[in-house]
Design a protein around this ligand. Structure first.
Ligand code: ME8
Length: 510
């Protein structure tokens, strides 16, 4: 495969267990990764945990354990969440790995060699929760009268210490020139505009080391200093690409094609990260997408649902694919979304159980009963209704090129609607009695539509799509987009049909 595609999620702080926002980011990034694999690209997908810094240190202290123990325990939950939701990562990176320390120190050294790191005294506002420095002018008043807060609404503390600085101010013009020359570098547009305004407002040099705690990557040549957590965190993307020692991997995977991150950390990715890379003379990633936040409004309104905010519990209660489908379909990628238990149930029942599931079930059970469980033969010269055909594929590609999984799914479900109408209008179950050849034709084209739909939707609901393709006796190598053009063979023996998408109950009522 000649077309490499390197995609990443943010790496999460394992200072607590994962929540629905982490699951959302993993699912949407996985969907894009899987889509690209289905389209024939050689995908490398990295996710993981960001284990250093003051936030981890403090969370561990609060529990009376050391940061490493906390990281080991919580990182396990993030990995488990990724596995539960069928996240097809190629590497789950932990920033405490030796290879990552080596990469971070090498990048630091490259920035130092370029003359972009110098010693100075830092004084300013720091938010541990955000792991971020802020200017006085960025702070906001606490609406509850608790003093000054970060723009993310987190407490800030005045910090003063000696340490190392990165000459961020020197990169202002180069960053602006890069944004100008690469209009797609930061998406969506609203985030791009925020970043440009921030950089135009002037950049101050960045404090990049800390001496008042030691839970971090040691600064090369400065035994009493550890790196500011964002320096090493961002470097994870390079570590995954084999930096600095594996030239072959670097040549294949760097620069990354897409960093998927949340809107709260766009500044780190769109300003600090490219400046570090420019300093070290490394190419910049092609694109940074800042998605919105998923709010648990529905849950808050419904006390009876208790703690379903835990992604594991959501998966257990509703099933992995209904949750994946819901988040991909209901949240416009780039905007905030909210989730509610009854909305997951409604969406899943309408689109998965009644839409695609019912189509497959009705068609395949008639084939099992009336056609000896063999894919029937369409009548010679019959007209192909071209259900879920080229036009649907083109609509899916266009939506995914815009990183819009919700619109891609809309296009697929238009085709599900067409196929259901075709089947219902032609009523093969009654047509059988008068014109069995015509009924076979309808059944054939419907089965073929189910096959195409299952392939087209495999990036969104992989396990369910694979069960549909099992029911159609499709081999593993005939399940990607290249297989869309080769119709199912008449005479293929099919296994007994079973329901793939169960109907969900709204437990709130019970
Ligand atoms: O920011 N909805 O880690 P993190 C959607 N370690 N996404 C959300 C969300 C929500 N409610 N809450 C958080 C960090 N996220 C750093 C990243 S990358 C080099 C270092 C997203 O655990 C958030 O925007 O706080 C981020 O992209 C990811 O989850 C991890 O957040």
């Amino acid at each position: 495969m000649t077309d490499p595609y390197y995609i990443t999620t943010a790496i999460s702080y394992p200072n607590g267990r994962p929540h629905i926002g982490h699951a959302y980011e993993a699912i949407v990034t996985d969907a894009i990764a899987r889509y690209n694999r289905l389209a024939g690209r050689d995908v490398y997908f990295q996710t993981g945990t960001d284990e250093h810094g003051l936030k981890m240190d403090q969370a561990a202290r609060a529990r009376g354990i050391d940061a490493r123990t906390l990281a080991d325990e919580m990182s396990g939950y993030f990995r488990e969440m990724a596995d539960t939701f069928n996240i097809s990562y190629d590497r789950f990176i932990r920033t405490t790995e030796a290879a990552h320390h080596h990469a971070s120190q090498t990048l630091w050294q490259a920035m130092a060699d370029a003359g972009d790191i110098y010693a100075d005294r830092y004084e300013g506002w720091y938010s541990v929760r955000d792991e971020a420095f802020y200017d006085e002018k960025e702070l906001v008043d606490d609406p509850n009268g608790g003093g000054r807060l970060s723009p993310e609404g987190s407490p800030v503390a005045w910090t003063a210490e000696e340490g190392w600085f990165f000459r961020l101010s020197a990169f202002q013009d180069r960053l602006l020139a890069h944004f100008e020359a690469n209009p797609d570098f930061i998406q969506p547009e609203s985030r791009r505009n925020e970043v440009i305004a921030f950089v135009r407002g002037g950049l101050r040099d960045l404090s990049i080391s800390r001496s008042n705690f030691d839970w971090g990557v040691p600064v090369p040549g400065s035994a009493d200093q550890v790196m500011y957590v964002w320096v090493d965190a961002l470097t994870n993307y390079l570590t995954g690409a084999g930096y600095p020692d594996d030239q072959e991997r670097m040549a294949r995977w760097w620069p990354a094609d897409l960093h998927v991150i949340g809107k709260d950390i766009v500044r780190f990715h769109a300003v600090y990260w490219p400046a570090f890379l420019m300093s070290a003379n490394l190419p910049l990633p092609a694109k940074i997408f800042g998605h919105g936040h998923v709010l648990d409004r529905g849950v808050k309104m419904s006390k009876s649902l208790g703690n379903v905010v835990d992604p594991q519990e959501l998966a257990q209660r509703y099933g992995v694919d209904p949750v994946r489908y819901f988040l991909l379909r209901e949240v416009s990628f780039g905007q905030d979304g909210s989730y509610a238990a009854d909305a997951i149930v409604t969406r899943s029942n309408a689109d998965l159980a009644n839409g695609l599931g019912n189509l497959a079930q009705r068609c395949l059970s008639i084939i099992a009963k009336n056609c000896n469980a063999l894919v029937p033969e369409p009548a010679a010269g019959s007209e192909d209704p071209d259900l879920a055909g080229q036009a649907t594929r083109a609509a899916v590609d266009a939506a995914m090129a815009q990183l819009s999984p919700n619109r891609a799914l809309e296009a697929i479900w238009e085709a599900v609607g067409d196929a259901n109408r075709y089947f219902a209008d032609n009523a093969p179950w009654s047509l059988r009695k008068t014109d069995p050849a015509a009924a076979d034709t309808i059944l054939y084209y419907t089965a073929e539509a189910v096959r195409r739909l299952a392939i087209l939707v495999r990036w969104a609901v992989p396990a369910s799509a694979d069960r549909l393709l099992d029911l159609l006796a499709q081999p593993a190598e005939a399940r990607d987009f290249a297989a869309l053009g080769t119709a199912i063979a008449p005479g293929t023996p099919l296994p007994p049909p079973v329901g793939v998408f169960p109907r969900l109950e709204d437990e709130k009522a019970g």
